[in-house]
Design a protein around this ligand. Structure first.
Ligand code: ZN
Length: 151
């Protein structure tokens, strides 16, 4: 039986815009933060990564945890959410905007009851993550956001 998914939560890696960090980098940072995957379904070499998906600056979508695996990306909301991380802080490539829109489109069809939001939209989160208003972005059709594009 599948995990109940109530939220699709978008994050950024909080790394310099345009810098090509990888799932291996995030895995190392999350290991330092004390995260540990207890039951990896996919990508067992990534022993700590908290996100389910990571979108590189070239637009490629990489998996971290399997969607049936509880993530480690949003305190108190991990059990019923999927976490997507865009590499960067608040400016993303056109390829990233295209990929995140395709991924969120697919996930929101697969989990029609789930709300799409940014990390910062959760209660008691005092971060800018993911660097843009993901709720407005979702409801306005998921196009690249002006002022948040790397050329
Ligand atoms: Zn975040």
């Amino acid at each position: 039986m599948g995990r109940l998914i109530e939220q699709i939560i978008i994050h950024c890696s909080a790394t310099p815009n345009g810098r090509p960090n990888t799932v291996q980098d995030i895995d190392a940072w999350h290991r330092t933060a004390g995260y540990h995957r207890s039951n990896p379904i996919i990508n067992p070499d990534l022993k700590s990564i908290g996100y389910h998906y990571v979108i590189y600056i070239d637009g490629t979508v990489h998996t971290g945890r399997g969607v049936e695996e509880i993530g480690a990306h949003a305190a108190d909301h991990n059990h019923d959410s999927i976490g997507i991380c865009l590499i960067g802080t608040d400016k993303f490539t056109r390829a990233q905007w295209l990929s995140v829109s395709e991924l969120v489109h697919v996930l929101s069809k697969a989990y029609p009851a789930a709300d799409v939001m940014g990390h910062r939209d959760l209660p008691d989160v005092h971060k800018i993550c993911p660097g843009f208003n993901a709720i407005t972005w979702f409801y306005s059709g998921m196009g690249p956001l002006e002022g948040h594009c790397l050329e």
